[in-house]
Design a protein around this ligand. Structure first.
Ligand SMILES: [Zn+2]
Length: 211
C-alpha cells in the first residue's frame, strides 16, 4: 500500500456497492461531490475473511467456470465482448479497487439481466446511484447493476427475471460523470443472498474474455 490515506473515504470516493465485512446496508448516505466515477468496491481496505463464513465465501477457479457455463448475456444491449475493457483492478478514489466492469453506452441504452434470477434489492446510494441487485438461479452469485438512469417499469424486489430481460437503462446516477454514461456491473460470490450487500468479488470481464 503506497497510499497513506486512512480508511476514511475521501470526498467523491464513496465506494458502497458490495460493502466490506462488518458493514451494514447503507442508510442515508451523505451526498458527496461527484466529479469522477469512483463507484464500487468490495472489502476495500480490510481483508475479507474468506472461506470461513456465509458472507464472504472463497472464490475459486470453479466459480468462473460455473459462470461461463451459464452463457451470461453482456448486460448492455448491443455491446460485443471485444468492446469490453477490463477495469477490475483499477484504483478508484485513491485506495479502493474498482472490482467491477464499466460498460460505456449512450444514456437510455437498455440494461439486460446477465443471467436469470431473482431481484434482491433496488437500492440508491451516493456512489452507485440507482442500483439493482439480482441473485442468479443457484443463489451462488449476486450481480449488481449501478448508475442506472431509471429502472424498467414494473421491476420490483422479489420478482423473477429472465436472462436478457430489461432491468433498467444506462445512466449516470450516483457519482458517474454526467458526460460518461455507463453501466457499472459487478459480480459477487455469495452464500447468503439475504445479505445482498455482501460477497466476494469476481472479475466480470473474465466471464466473457478469457485469460
Ligand atoms: Zn464502475
Amino acid at each position: 500500500m503506497i497510499d497513506t490515506t486512512k480508511n476514511a473515504p475521501a470526498a467523491g470516493s464513496d465506494t458502497v456497492m458490495f460493502a466490506p465485512p462488518g458493514a451494514a446496508p447503507a442508510g442515508p448516505t451523505p451526498i458527496v461531490p461527484s466529479t469522477v466515477d469512483t463507484a464500487a468496491t468490495i472489502g476495500p481496505s480490510t481483508t475479507p475473511v474468506v472461506g470461513s463464513g456465509a458472507s464472504y465465501p472463497l472464490v475459486t477457479p470453479a466459480d468462473l467456470i460455473d459462470l461461463r457455463a451459464h452463457s451470461l448475456v453482456i448486460p448492455v444491449a448491443g455491446t460485443k465482448a471485444e468492446k469490453l475493457v477490463d477495469s477490475f483492478d483499477d484504483r478508484r478514489g485513491g485506495t479502493h479497487r474498482h472490482e467491477a466492469l464499466d460498460i460505456m453506452a449512450p444514456r437510455g441504452t437498455p440494461v439486460l439481466s446477465a443471467d436469470a434470477g431473482t431481484v434482491l434489492k433496488l437500492h440508491n446510494s451516493a456512489a452507485g446511484g440507482l442500483t439493482i441487485y439480482v441473485a442468479n438461479p443457484t443463489q451462488r452469485f449476486i450481480m449488481l447493476y449501478a448508475h442506472l438512469d431509471r429502472y424498467r417499469t414494473g421491476i420490483a424486489e422479489g420478482m423473477t427475471v429472465k436472462k436478457g430481460e430489461i432491468l433498467g437503462y444506462v445512466g449516470t446516477s450516483g457519482n458517474a460523470s454526467p458526460a460518461a454514461p455507463h453501466l457499472h456491473f459487478a459480480i459477487a460470490r455469495s452464500d447468503n443472498p439475504k445479505e445482498w450487500w455482501k460477497g466476494t468479488p469476481l472479475n466480470p470481464f473474465l466471464v466473457w474474455r478469457g485469460k
